[in-house]
Design a protein around this ligand. Sequence first.
Ligand code: NAD
Ligand code: UDP
Ligand code: UDP
Length: 330
Amino acid sequence: MKEIAHDRVLVTGGAGFLGSHLCDRLIAEGCDVVCVDNYFTGTKRNIEHLFGHPRFELLRHDVTFPLYVEVDQIYNLACPASPVHYQHDPVQTTKTSVHGAINMLGLAKRVKARIFQASTSEVYGDPEVHPQPESYWGRVNPIGVRSCYDEGKRCAETLFFDYHRQHKLRIKVARIFNTYGPRMHPRDGRVVSNFIVQALQNQPITLYGDGLQTRSFCYVDDLIEGIVRLMKTGDAFTGPVNLGNATEFTVAELARLVLELTNSRSKIIHERLPADDPRQRKPDLTLAQSALDWSPKTPLVEGLTRTIAYFESQLSKAVEYRETLLAAAL
Ligand code: NAD
Ligand code: UDP
Ligand code: UDP
């Protein structure tokens, strides 16, 4: 019997939060998926349910080194995304964005693959234009503690557009705004995971600064739908295109909502605002709506409820594990 040809798709950062959901989606669509990760912030647990699947393959590899595989599409997501993680080894963060982009673009050029880049709202820095349209060039501190990530991602965008102009590569660049959901790392320091984990354990909720800074939170399923739609657009559409949710909340409002949804006894405490923390952030989604016929569907309460259920199950697994270890030691 003749074998059906599936699209071979490389997902870098595939063991991470977003990457693992993307792998699930691509497998469900019938693609052959090669997942590449060095497990810096990702974990095999995020994709273990795919082990043994005939169309799923896992490679431990650091994208700052060359990679030779034969694929039809590349989704480049490899890069730590939370400020705590990307500031842990800032030089490696820039290398991952820049050398990683060069290697993946070189690979795309050799095999003539379509290539997606997970860029970020951080390219807008601490924005003076609100909401942020793609035409806004941003306000980024080039020498601050966030620059390894912001400037790394900006340089990656430059490389994508130069490979497109110079080598006619088919590129797709998305600027992703704060996204949350199951499989976020419980200790990655991002606001949604921090608040939920703190609330579930009745520990203090750490509000940085006055809590009046804003973010707009997108649920992971909505984001993955946007990414996949972008990859399916015609060659003429390159982006950059904003993907996220345009409903803006203050961080203090988020804290109160998490407390309510978890019935937590936690108290809110104030801690120092990190350097260069953007004051406001909200995507202008006009282009995503017209080019991809896409807009996010999941309200924050619904997405948070699902994310809380995930962290609850993770925390109870951790308790069970500790009890087993304790029982074995006695
Ligand atoms: P994540 O930290 O969960 O995932 C990143 C993955 O990349 C991890 O599995 C990590 O181990 C892997 N990785 C890191 N460096 C690597 C390297 N050198 N070689 C191979 N693998 C490496 O973060 P995420 O939230 O899933 O983010 C995925 C991508 O989306 C990142 O590029 C991030 O910048 C971008 N993004 C995410 C958000 C968000 O809100 N989640 C917002 C904007 C942009
Ligand atoms: N590269 C890779 N896999 C490939 C082809 C290229 O990792 O299949 C890397 C290789 O390390 C190279 C980089 O991509 O340095 C950029 O490739 P390109 O062809 O653009 O440039 P050059 O090879 O001329 O440096
Ligand atoms: N934040 C907070 N408490 C926390 C973690 C984050 O108040 O425990 C704030 C942080 O200062 C920022 C916002 O929440 O203003 C979003 O932070 P996150 O690290 O999730 O993402 P980013 O700053 O990259 O948007």
